[in-house]
Design a protein around this ligand. Structure first.
Ligand code: TXA
Ligand code: MG
Length: 310
């Protein structure tokens, strides 16, 4: 459904009635429902085939509403002031009197929250008197959707309403930071850690915590196109699609590239899109060139490693 007021109102009506719909955000599309309603949230988990113990991110447009659900602290305000709305998610302490459905966060006392920047989702959230629980709009473990067509590709007729906000500008999920005690990065994503470090005057790094799965969604297998992926590839095999970081002058039809000139932000934006195009052709596998492990390359490599796990 295209971006116009009538469709935003229709989206509101469906959400008010407890349905789950797909919404655009600047990172990836989300599968959204009223975060205060048990029955609405359960629909997301069923459609996504998502395990109940993997909590969802709740989307807000107003600080006032967030205050009624979570305890906010100094680090939150520092980051909120500079980075919101935008591609960053905060894990905060849930208030005891919060109305958030227990199905959103698996009865934990923490909540992941974010303020999306996409205009359409902002307009929609402004009309609602509840926040939206919205995990990425893809079947669990598959590639995230960065356009309305991608959402259709994932869910087919099972999804009844997709608010079409065009192609997601960032194309990769939000960065997740735990702010409950000492700040800790839980997922690499659309906000570079260097930006966060500048604001908090600290030197955070992304460390995989192997012993304790703090973010259950960060399991090894994820973002999978359903065919094997070879990382750091230098050559190509028969029936394989090749993804390069940079465009080349001469190329075959099995050649894909993530950016015109090795720009890692542009490459991040094109990653899921390119994997989905390849998935929908008859290739037997994907070979991908080495991606520099800096800036947005860190997030790209994180996704590629998970996508390549069987
Ligand atoms: O960009 C994004 O963040 C997108 C758009 C739609 O907003 N959403 C998204 O949601 O990526 P999802 O559900 O695919 O990923 C959410 C991640 C999961 O890895 C989940 O485990 C983690 O956030 N998470 C959610 N609540 C948490 C909590 N209370 N503590 C720690 N991790 C949490
Ligand atoms: Mg996801």
């Amino acid at each position: 459904m295209k971006n116009n007021l009538a469709n935003i109102k229709k989206a509101k009506m469906l959400l008010d009635s407890g349905y789950c719909i797909a919404i655009p955000t600047e990172t990836v599309y989300g599968l959204a429902a009223n975060a205060y309603s048990n029955t609405a949230v359960k629909k997301i988990y069923k459609l996504k085939k998502r395990p109940k113990n993997n909590p969802a991110i709740v989307h807000y447009s107003s600080l006032k509403q967030l205050k009624s659900d979570c305890d906010l602290n100094k680090n939150f305000y520092l980051l909120y002031k500079k980075l919101c709305p935008g591609p960053i998610t905060f894990v905060l302490k849930l208030k005891k009197k919060s109305r958030i459905s227990k199905f959103v966060n698996n009865k934990k006392n923490t909540l992941a929250v974010r303020f999306p920047k996409n205009n359409l989702s902002k307009k929609l959230l402004n009309l609602l008197d509840y926040p939206l629980a919205a995990p990425s709009a893809n079947i669990t473990k598959k590639i995230s959707a960065v356009s309305a067509d991608d959402v259709k590709d994932e869910f087919g007729k099972k999804i009844k309403f997709i608010l079409d906000g065009g192609r997601s500008k960032i194309g990769l999920e939000s960065t997740i930071i735990n702010l409950i005690k000492t700040p800790q990065i839980l997922r690499l994503g659309g906000t570079e850690i260097s930006k966060i470090n500048k604001i908090l005057k600290t030197k955070l790094k992304f460390r995989k915590n192997k012993k304790k799965m703090i973010s259950p969604g960060q399991s090894k297998v994820h973002y999978s196109p359903g065919i094997p992926i070879r990382l750091n590839a230098k050559s190509i095999k028969l029936n394989e699609a090749f993804i390069a970081i940079k465009k080349r002058k001469f190329s075959d039809k099995n050649f894909y590239y993530l950016s015109k000139n090795k720009n890692l932000k542009e490459a991040a934006k094109n990653l899921y899109k390119t994997m989905r195009i390849i998935k929908n052709k008859n290739y037997k596998s994907i070979a991908i060139e080495k991606i520099p492990n800096k800036g947005f390359g860190l997030a790209i490599n994180d996704r590629l490693i998970r996508a390549s796990k069987k």
